[in-house]
Design a protein around this ligand. Structure first.
Ligand code: SF4
Length: 213
């Protein structure tokens, strides 16, 4: 029987990505090999309970919602996550995966929408970025950068051009909560005509740091 260590499963409004605002079931997996300075889900590093795929599917089904986001932690740090994504796809859920670019995305089911969080220097974990991952992204995937300061912004601007990321899929820039002024970020994006979409964390505007939201 296949199983995963699950930190939490909850129903909320998608606060980030191109699906912002859409009711979604979140499946948060335990564990992460990174330690980003701004991490707001450190409770997912170790806390969790072993659940079978069937148990997880039963819990998801309660919410009667077609949209499922698999997140962490770093969900791909559990190898069984790859077959769990296949299972969700077989059950016809509309699935997105939030992943940190520290694990290969080569073998992820092509029907899953990947949100690849490329780590900026401000996170303290940019050395973990896997450059090879970019060749596996689809047009329907999304790249996200969390911007901590103006140095991060400059690094991101050059990084997008270096790897032609804007030609692969949508790029989202998100200000690090409490660190980067969103207005300053917006003005820089406009000044440079950067081919990106500015986003904020809608769930934090609604619920603050409340857990399970
Ligand atoms: S990758 Fe995500 S969960 Fe892991 S430390 Fe960074 S922000 Fe936290």
């Amino acid at each position: 029987m296949q199983n995963l260590i699950i930190n939490e499963i909850f129903y909320s409004i998608q606060g980030e990505s191109l699906n912002t605002g859409i009711p979604t079931v979140f499946v948060r997996l335990t564990g992460c090999p990174l330690r980003c300075g701004y991490c707001d889900t450190s409770y997912a590093f170790n806390e969790g309970l072993k659940m079978t795929f069937n148990d997880i599917l039963d819990k998801i089904k309660i919410y009667d919602c077609a949209n499922v986001t698999v997140t962490g932690g770093e969900p791909l740090s559990q190898k069984k996550c790859f077959s769990f994504l296949d299972t969700l796809n077989e059950f016809s859920y509309k699935v997105s995966l939030e992943t940190s670019n520290a694990v290969s995305i080569e073998n992820i089911n092509k029907n899953i929408a990947i949100i690849l969080d490329i780590k900026t220097p401000g996170s303290g974990e940019s050395s973990k970025n896997i450059i090879e991952n970019y060749q596996y992204l689809k047009k329907s995937d999304q790249i996200k950068f969390v911007i901590c300061n103006l140095a991060d912004y400059e690094w991101t601007r050059k990084y997008i051009a270096q790897y032609n990321l804007h030609k692969i899929c949508n790029i989202l820039l998100s200000p690090s909560f409490g660190e980067m002024d969103i207005k300053v970020l917006a003005e820089n994006i406009l000044k440079d005509k950067l081919p990106v979409r500015l986003q904020t964390q809608l769930h934090k505007i609604i619920w603050g740091d409340e857990r399970g939201r």
